[in-house]
Design a protein around this ligand. Structure first.
Ligand SMILES: Nc1ncnc2c1ncn2[C@@H]1O[C@H](COP(=O)(O)OP(=O)(O)OP(=O)(O)O)[C@@H](O)[C@H]1O
Ligand SMILES: [Mg+2]
Length: 253
């Protein structure tokens, strides 16, 4: 069975950067091919990975709705047609592929379209030993169950007081929504030298996280993002890269 790593947290804390770095380091550890799923409608995981997603699944959803209402020509089932359309959304790179989910839904009923798309995505993910899911802020995507089973959930925050409050809230919400996962990691990103770490250890225990990763504030990560440069080009000795390597080892990914 493949391993699905879902990254969630509040807005702007570094989810996309961390998703890109997890993809990057899984590749470095020869755990490819990796499927990166960009589940944020304001997509930019593609940029962080140095590729460009031209078409999103959200657009297919509209088409799926139209197809559902139409009779089909002999020989091609609706499912097959949608599979072909989904394949058009897949960006293929050397060691990873990427698919962008785009907007979740518009007006009207999308139940049929959503169910078919979920089934196709479930099939697609079977082709990859690792799937990395970058979410928009909050847990909406996970509650919509666009993916079946999460192996590892990373809750990301910055070290601010507000960020810490959000961690607990997100965790409680995930329990209420019965989002299941095998392993949970708490990731505090953009740690400054003066940031306290003791508090995060007790928070880790509170939420029963298997691992606590403390990622430092790093100017190279910031400047790569600013210039739209792929995070795959960061060196092995970058301290954030090293911290992601430790996370992969400690969580036995
Ligand atoms: N460790 C880090 N050091 C310095 N800057 C960082 C670090 N991690 C992320 N950033 C910066 O923080 C900003 C937000 O990062 P990112 O887009 O990855 O967050 P996000 O949680 O995906 O945001 P959103 O909720 O908008 O999708 C970016 O400008 C990025 O360069
Ligand atoms: Mg993001």
């Amino acid at each position: 069975m493949n391993k699905l790593i879902a990254i969630c947290g509040k807005g702007g804390v570094g989810k996309t950067s961390i998703a890109a770095l997890v993809v990057s380091r899984l590749i470095a550890k020869k755990k490819s091919p990796v499927l990166a799923i960009d589940a944020d409608p304001n997509t930019c995981l593609d940029l962080s990975l140095g590729v460009e997603a031209i078409k999103s699944v959200g657009r297919i959803r509209e088409e799926a709705r139209e197809i559902a209402g139409k009779g089909m020509s002999a020989g091609v089932s609706k499912q097959e047609l949608l599979e072909l359309k989904i394949a058009e959304c897949l960006v293929e790179s050397q060691d990873f592929d990427l698919i962008a989910m785009g907007r979740s839904e518009g007006h009207g009923c999308y139940c049929y379209a959503n169910n078919v798309l979920k089934a196709i995505i479930a099939e697609l993910t079977k082709n990859y030993p690792f799937v990395v899911l970058d979410n928009e802020a909050g847990l909406e995507n996970l509650s919509r169950r666009i993916v079946q089973h999460i192996d590892t959930m990373l809750i990301v925050s910055d070290p601010s007081k507000q960020g810490i409050k959000t961690i607990k809230r997100l965790f409680d919400l995930s329990q209420e929504m019965a989002i299941s996962y095998n392993k949970l990691a708490l990731v505090i990103n953009r740690m400054k030298p003066e940031s306290e770490s003791d508090y995060f250890q007790s928070l880790q225990q509170d939420i029963g996280a298997n691992y606590l990763a403390l990622l430092p504030e790093n100017s190279e990560v910031a400047s790569h993002n600013e210039c739209g440069q792929s995070l795959l080009t960061l060196s092995d000795s970058n301290p954030v890269v090293e911290a992601i390597d430790r996370l992969i080892i400690n969580l036995k990914l």
